[in-house]
Ligand binder design. Structure first.
Ligand code: DAK
Length: 300
């Protein structure tokens, strides 16, 4: 085993066994989950843990501002995402907030005094899109408000789970602006032009239950934050139990469908499918099936 792998195993083992001596308010709201120590005690706006083997959990944690997405929060979020992306023991990531808010949008108080040149020259909120560059799957577990940038952040994730009562919306029109982190594009791709146009032009909110009906949310859960978070962690653990090579390839081909026409997309898929015959895990998976055994993935 490489030293890198040993280090990664040691780090994850530490995550899985460490207990928080005094749980934070966010952690206290998760009674049925085992609680783990944050990997980065210096984080002020997020909590990081590994609730199950293979699963990295990031909890947005600015309760006083309903998890409004400040620049400082994004520095920490991107740092934690990068660490999970690089951690060989992590196969899928869950991003969540609190019972009251996934995130109530970009931090309006930070944005309000910006001038055009502040925003343009400093490329304000450019780091938002880092999440979309990850190769490992990210699942959003949404309860409470997911408004503006909060809704956009959820839509950047690969799978969105929510409570039925979650409160989604792109209310930027009410602030004299428009969605700025991909909302007009991703919402339209997810639910169609007419419905997206109605929601963006009126700024009306919509429930998790409606989001599921329109196809924005993969599953809307009865119950509260605990239920949706547990659902997301379980799905992440299932994904993490498969070959990392196949999971990354599957995410890549599904995402390609957003950019390519059906014919080019099918050809792209076939090329990636062919290439997987060069992986160890294709041999391991098919041999295990034939021998009626459980596949022990090499992730190579
Ligand atoms: N920013 C800053 N603080 C916020 C906030 C926000 N987005 N949302 C809530 N807060 C703060 C409130 O100011 C309040 O702080 P204190 O007054 O206690 O100091 C605290 O959180 C609790 O909020 P409320 O007292 O308002 O709580 P309620 O339960 O009464 O109402 C609410 C909850 C979510 C309905 C309400 O807070 C609300 O309407 N919030 C604003 C929602 C919103 O408009 N969100 C969209 C923001 S615009 C870009 C990319 C993205 C974006 C922009 C540019 N680029 C790449 C350039 C994104 C823009 C947006 O997201």
């Amino acid at each position: 085993m490489s030293s890198c792998r040993v280090l990664a195993r040691t780090r994850t083992a530490a995550l899985l066994t460490s207990r928080i001596p005094v749980p934070s308010p966010a952690a206290r709201s998760l009674p049925r989950l085992v609680r783990f120590q944050s990997t980065q005690s210096s984080y002020e706006n997020i909590l990081v843990s590994a609730p199950k083997p293979g699963v990295g959990l990031i909890t947005l944690n600015r309760p006083k501002a309903l998890n409004a997405l400040s620049s400082a929060l994004f520095v920490e979020l991107n740092d934690a995402l990068k660490k999970f992306e690089e951690d060989k023991e992590i196969g899928a990531i869950v991003l969540t907030g609190s019972e009251r808010a996934f995130a109530a949008g970009a931090d309006i108080k930070e944005m309000a005094p910006l001038t055009f040149s502040d925003a343009y020259v400093n490329n304000f909120i450019a780091p938002w899109s880092y999440l979309t560059t990850l190769r490992k799957p990210v699942i959003a577990a949404v309860s409470g408000h997911a408004l503006g940038g909060g809704c956009e952040l959820a839509m950047m994730c690969d799978i969105v789970y929510s409570t039925k009562t979650a409160n989604f919306g792109q209310p930027e029109i009410k602030l004299g602006t428009i969605p700025g982190a991909g909302g007009s594009q991703r919402l339209t791709a997810a639910i169609g032009k007419s419905k997206a146009m109605e929601l963006i032009l009126t700024g009306n909110n919509f429930s998790g239950e409606d989001a599921e009906k329109h196809g924005l949310v993969a599953k809307a859960f009865d119950g509260g934050h605990q239920e949706v978070l547990q659902g997301a962690i379980d799905t992440a653990a299932k994904i993490a139990s498969y070959s990392r090579v196949a999971v990354i390839a599957a995410k890549e081909v599904v995402n390609k469908s957003q950019d390519l026409g059906i014919r080019e997309g099918v050809e792209y898929e076939r090329r990636i499918f062919h290439s997987l015959f060069g992986s160890q895990d294709q041999k391991i998976g098919m041999k295990a099936f034939a021998e009626k055994k459980k596949a022990e993935w090499s992730h190579s």
